[in-house]
Design a protein around this ligand. Structure first.
Ligand SMILES: [Zn+2]
Length: 315
């Protein structure tokens, strides 16, 4: 199989220590309690984002420094952002000027990081950006969840240019979603990716939300795709008594179902008939150890099954 060595090494690679630390210090929050799906007026979060933990020295917020502020790194020029919720205060009790400063700092730090990253890349390889600008030939198309805790490149060690990435809530591949259909078509027909990965994750808030009885407004039609997965596998899922285990299995079944949806596309079927690639993979990321699990879907068997009804190989 093409690039099996690379794929295997990716699967064996744990998330970076920094990512693991972030998971440990920032337990997954409920999707349903996030501002994304909370009804009513938009409010600031009641706790500061976990990304603040990676900030270093602060040249702008000395007035707000307190014993509970994050430790600073004198070797870095990247400004620290004091955690406004570290003393259990909430955003709503903060002075307007403090909110304003916090927003400016969380904006500015991204540019500071970007400048540091660009300088580091250029130092390691003076031709790095010239090579990037020459074009892309990624090996992988990654279809993952929008969840901020699962950045495709960081958990796999992939570099810029290695993966074409599409992410949405609960890593769905819907045939009426022009976005994902355009991404798959372009990745397969033009970029000629060798692997298509659908990557879900345990603890997926989107999947959990789909199992609730709540009316989630505009998310209803999107999450109904997951309810459909449940219906297709109702017997198996209902037989799992432990709620967490049932929910984890639904995450896996959802990934497998989305792999089927990828295989149903004309681009994938025609490219495979012609080139023997791409191969479609279903993976799941676990927060407990930062590792990817390969669901070992039988791609060829799946393709054969699907083509009984969804054969689109004749152009
Ligand atoms: Zn998710």
């Amino acid at each position: 199989m093409l690039n099996s060595r690379v794929t295997t090494s990716l699967l064996q690679q744990p998330a970076s220590a920094a990512i693991r630390r972030a998971f440990i210090s920032s337990p997954p929050s409920s999707f349903l309690s996030s501002p994304l799906v909370r009804s009513g007026p938009l409010r600031f979060p009641t706790s500061a984002p976990s990304l603040l933990r990676h900030c270093s020295s602060d040249s702008h917020s000395s007035s707000s420094s307190s014993p509970s502020s994050q430790p600073s790194n004198p070797n870095s020029k990247i400004p620290n952002v004091a955690n406004p919720a570290s003393d259990k205060s909430t955003w709503r009790t903060m002075a307007e000027k403090d909110i304003s400063r916090y927003l400016r700092q969380t904006h500015d730090r991204v540019f500071e990081h970007n400048r540091a990253w660009a300088a580091e890349k250029k130092k390691a390889d003076p031709d790095f950006f010239a090579n990037l600008s020459a074009g892309q030939t990624p090996e992988y198309l990654w279809i993952g969840c929008s969840d901020s805790r699962i950045p495709a490149e960081q958990i796999t060690g992939l570099e810029p240019g290695d993966a074409f990435v599409h992410r949405n809530i609960a890593n769905l591949v819907c045939n009426t979603d022009l976005n994902v259909m355009a991404v798959i078509n372009y990745a397969v027909r033009h970029l000629k990716v060798k692997h298509i990965v659908v990557c879900g994750h345990y603890g997926c808030g989107g999947v959990k939300a789909a199992m609730s009885a709540k009316d989630l407004g505009i998310l209803n039609p999107w999450l109904r795709n997951i309810r459909d997965v449940y219906r297709l596998h109702e017997k198996e899922l209902d037989a799992i008594k432990d709620e967490e285990a049932r929910y984890n299995r639904l995450v896996e079944l959802n990934v497998i179902e989305q792999c089927r949806n990828v295989v149903k596309t004309a681009g994938v079927q025609q490219s495979y008939a012609e080139n023997s690639f791409p191969i479609v993979h279903g993976w799941v990321f676990g927060f407990n150890d930062g590792l990817l699990r390969d669901l070992q879907i039988d791609f060829e068997g799946m393709l054969k099954d699907i083509q009984k009804i969804y054969n689109l190989t004749e152009s």
